[in-house]
Structures are given as C-alpha cells and as structure tokens.
Design a protein around this ligand. Structure first.
Ligand code: ADP
Ligand code: MG
Length: 242
C-alpha cells in the first residue's frame, strides 16, 4: 500500500533520517522501535509532510513524494503526534472539529464521526465543553486519537501513544487501538520506545539507530532475536511474552 525509498530528513546540517526504506501492506501495523534520538519521530513527521524530506513515497503505486501535509491528510495519511499536541485553549469538541476540517464538505460526516468517537471514548463526551488543557494525560491521548479519526485515516501514524501514561491507561489506549484497526481495517505506522508493547501490537517492526534501520522482520521473530532481547528487552523482557 505504502512504499518508502531512501527517506532522508535534515535539520540544518544534522541528518536525523539517513535514507530509510520500508513498506506497509493494507491492514498491516508496522512499528519503529529504537532509542531516543534514533530518528523515529522525524521519520513519522516526514511521512505526514510536516518536516521537509527527500526520497520517494508511493501510495498504491502513485508517487506522493511531493504532497504537503494537508494533501496527505486528504489521502488519509494522518498523524497523532508525540506529546499529543492538542489545542489546550480549545474545548474537546473544538479539537475534534479541527480534526474533521478536511471532511467538512461531506454531509453528515462530522456529526456521525463525533458520535462514534463519543462511544469509543465516553470520558471525552462527558468533557466535551471542557478546555482540552484540563484533561488528564490519558484523556488527552484519547482526544489526540479522536482528532486523527475525525480526518478519516486510512494510514494512522502514531508517535509514542504510551508516553508518560500510567500502565493501566496504556492498556486502555492499546485495546482501543486494536479494536479500531480491526473495525476500520486501518493500516498503522507505530513509533514506540516501549519495545515490548510495540512488538506485541505490530505485525512487523523496524529497529532504528542513529537514523538508519539496523534490523527488521516479523515481530514474532524479533521477540526472540538476540540483539532485540539484549538491547531493547533487557533479556528479562522476555517475560513479557510468556
Ligand atoms: N527540530 C529539530 N532541530 C534539530 N535537530 C532535531 C530536531 N528534531 C530532532 N532533531 C534531532 O534529530 C535526531 C532524531 O530525533 P527524533 O526524530 O526526535 O528521534 P526519536 O523520535 O527517535 O527520539 C536527534 O538527534 C534529534 O536531536
Ligand atoms: Mg520521538
């Protein structure tokens, strides 16, 4: 569905992504794991067009390398950024409306989708008139996800959805994500520092270090890979999968 070749991202003279290639099948979830500073967020932002990039990106065989952020949203490539980045001075409802901006001309879409999001995340409906900045971390993550869903994603780009959240909330977010990708047959590109979580959730994963992919494969295979076990799961991490 999505094919990326030789993706590069520069910040001035710093090269954050150094010619990375990968693909994503329809309905598949791939994960990028790796340490802080590996270039994972830069890669995701390059896919959503919010940072300048080099390289070739094709969507179902069409070259979309030249598209900007708004056009990519219209193609259904929609990002949930790291740290949520919701508009804290706007209400929950207003945040969702902004997420549906690209669909505003489609009759009934906004209302129908918002109702669906309320059913997905009941705490958000209770707080719809509240300022987004007053929500808890978990609720803000739900809102960031809801806002992305309002734009009708086909490929959802998730940047560290577990970051800074209590384990029980992380479980909740991930079980919602599982349900979502199944019900909506979403394709997902996930970035996670929490390797056990990512390897459980994704079908395939790419391990990144200093802007390059050093290892990739089916997550079931990576879970027993020596490098992954030592570096990312600290050996004891093996217990996560028992
Ligand atoms: N806006 C920026 N300006 C300059 N350097 C940046 C910027 N954002 C990220 N970097 C650098 O790019 C590299 C990759 O960062 P990032 O993509 O955030 O990695 P990750 O998400 O894997 O932690 C790091 O060396 C980081 O310091
Ligand atoms: Mg990051």
């Amino acid at each position: 569905m999505l094919r990326v070749r030789g993706l590069k991202v520069y910040y001035g003279r710093i090269q954050a992504v150094k010619g990375v290639s990968f693909h994503l099948h329809e309905g598949e979830t791939i994960a990028f794991i790796g340490p802080n500073g590996a270039g994972k967020s830069s890669l995701l932002m390059a896919l959503s067009g919010v940072v300048k990039r080099e390289g070739e990106i094709t969507l179902e065989g069409r070259n979309i390398s030249h598209l900007g952020p708004y056009e990519l949203v219209k193609e259904g490539i929609i990002q949930v950024p790291e740290g949520r980045q919701i508009f804290s001075g706007l209400t929950v409802e207003e945040n969702l409306l902004l997420g549906g901006f690209n669909k505003r001309r489609e009759r009934g879409w906004v209302k129908k989708t918002m109702d669906w999001i309320w059913s997905l995340f009941p705490p958000l409906e209770e707080r719809k008139k509240q300022l987004a900045g007053s929500l808890s971390g978990g609720e803000q993550q739900m809102l960031a996800l809801g806002r992305a869903l309002m734009g009708d994603p086909r490929i959802l780009l998730l940047d560290e959805p577990s970051l800074g959240l209590a384990p029980i909330i992380v479980d909740e977010i991930y079980s919602t994500l599982r349900k979502l990708r199944k019900d909506r047959s979403l394709s997902v590109v996930l970035v996670e520092q929490n390797a056990p979580l990512a390897l459980d959730f994704a079908h395939r994963a790419y391990v990144m270090e200093s802007g390059t992919i050093i290892l990739s494969g089916e997550t079931d295979m990576l879970k027993s890979d020596d490098t992954v076990l030592d570096v990312y799961l600290g050996r004891a991490g093996g217990d996560f999968f028992e």
